[in-house]
Design a protein around this ligand. Structure first.
Ligand code: FAD
Length: 442
């Protein structure tokens, strides 16, 4: 079941022409469109379903610096800076709270990984620390057990996935941008080898640049353009509880358990240590590119061969723009959650925090998470097609970094000095002989 998302008033008419069309109304597309509109650039945001209908409403809601791949640290520091004042900037409610994040360590191996992260964090003067004893216990009210140590970042936060992208989309409109929902972009209108516009199911919008922020759909869209984006999907399952008193304010991760307090007083809960992979044809096509990621995977992966394989096999690699595209056929990717993982997480939660024994499980859902071979996003121009930019592949941690990524993408699409060095996020790293390394965060 899809979690309900704050409604967004959309524009009913397509503009004839804008400077930039942003495709995809998740946290990345809405943030990019917002920062473009803030720069005075005319922008249209096209979403095939509803704003935040896919990953951006289905995630846990962690906005974390801690445990990041070091290549993402400069951008997440900027993202957190934006989150802290975002509600004022956009004149809306994203639910952001700077409530900290704690990762609990059961054993020496986890503690050593935490120690390693402190080395990465030092150059950025993050407030991340290893904690234990009474300080740790104070962050875990109602805990029925103790953990030997933890990694803690007080300046990390949480926000509401069901509110954040819709609030940012509303701000795009207030800044003069157009927001078009149920408006799939079928492909690009090209003239003399560069972008002249986009072809949507409702007509054409002329523009000089396109930012594709289509999450799990990016590989398919690029494939139709003859551009190979190595991207796969994994399925994460989540549930939410009724409100619970005397439970942690701080978001936490422990083996087999992810927990984040919601604005409504309930909690988003997930297993956290296991993720499902519904095998598709791309798992074979990209097997070599993803081999290092598989070996270094920091969460366990469960491979399933089922209906999804046939569904993806039936997807066309190329299509004409004057007829229905794959993006109209599936308005919202809404995979089924894994009941066994959620049951295991619920049992773990109730054992660790008895206050949850009387809580109801109000909803369960799942989301397809798009991943790249190095688990680092692509935020980049696509050199082979002038005017085409991609912001995708956030590999399970794009919600927290979203506003920073949107700001960076807006800089790149307008040729402004970038907020951080964009080199780690360049698309060409997959084709220019660069070493693709997984420096897994956790
Ligand atoms: C279960 C789960 C837990 C997670 N937990 C966290 C977390 O705690 N913290 C964190 O930072 N991240 C987390 N993530 C990851 C995070 O949700 C994603 O990285 C982030 O939301 C990606 O945003 P996006 O805008 O790129 O993609 P999406 O939110 O998926 O948005 C892409 C949009 O593009 C649209 N689209 C695609 N193609 C077209 C087209 N041709 N025309 C028009 N529209 C199109 C889609 O309909 C979709 O709405 C989690 C993800 C999941 C699923």
């Amino acid at each position: 079941m899809a979690p309900p998302v704050d409604p967004v008033i959309a524009d009913s008419e397509l503009p004839a022409r804008v400077d930039v069309v942003v495709v995809g109304g998740g946290i990345i597309g809405t943030s990019t469109a917002f920062f473009l509109a803030q720069k005075g650039v005319s922008v249209a945001l096209c979403e095939k379903g509803a704003i935040a209908g896919e990953q951006s409403s289905r995630n846990w809601g962690f906005c974390r610096q801690q445990g990041r791949d070091p290549r993402e640290l400069p951008l997440i520091v900027e993202a957190l800076r934006i989150w802290r004042t975002i509600d004022r900037t956009i004149e809306g409610d994203t639910g952001f709270r700077q409530a900290g994040i704690v990762y609990l360590a059961e054993d020496d191996k986890a503690a050593a990984a935490h120690e390693k992260f402190l080395d990465y964090a030092r150059p950025y003067q993050l407030d991340t620390r290893r904690i234990a004893g009474a300080e740790l216990a104070a962050l875990l009210p109602g805990a029925a057990r103790q953990w030997p140590s933890a990694l803690y970042t007080a300046s990390d936060g949480r926000a509401e996935p069901q509110k954040a992208a819709p609030a940012i989309a509303a701000a795009v409109r207030r800044r003069g941008g157009k927001v078009l929902t149920t408006c799939a972009v079928r492909g690009l209108d090209l003239a003399a080898g560069r972008i002249a516009g986009v072809v949507t199911e409702k007509g054409t919008i002329a523009c000089s640049s396109v930012v594709f922020a289509g999450g799990a759909w990016s590989r398919l869209f690029c494939r139709n353009l003859g551009i190979t984006l190595p991207q796969l999907k994994v399925r994460g399952s989540v549930m939410r509880t009724s409100p619970v008193a005397n439970a942690p304010e701080t978001s936490l991760w422990a083996p087999g358990l992810g927990l984040r307090k919601r604005l409504d007083g309930g909690y988003n809960v997930a297993h956290g240590s296991l993720t499902d992979v519904d095998i598709g044809p791309d798992n074979f096509r990209f097997a070599k590119a993803f081999w290092p990621a598989l070996r270094g995977a920091h969460t366990g992966l469960r491979f399933r061969l089922g209906r999804r394989f046939l569904e993806e096999l039936a997807q066309p690699a190329r299509w004409l723009l004057d007829r229905e595209s794959p993006f109209e056929r599936v308005r919202v990717l809404d995979p089924a959650p894994a009941p066994d993982l959620l049951d295991a997480a619920a049992a773990q939660l109730r054992a660790a925090f008895p206050a949850f024994r009387d809580a109801r499980i109000e909803e369960r859902w799942a989301g397809y998470i798009d991943v790249t071979p190095d688990a680092v996003p692509v935020i980049s121009a696509v050199e082979q097609l002038p005017g085409f930019f991609v912001a995708t592949g956030f590999s399970g941690h794009g919600f927290g970094i979203g506003p920073g990524a949107g700001r960076l993408m807006a800089d790149l699409a307008t040729g402004a000095p970038p907020i951080v060095d964009p080199a780690p996020y360049r698309f060409t790293r997959f084709s220019d002989g660069s070493k693709i390394e997984v420096i897994a965060g956790f």
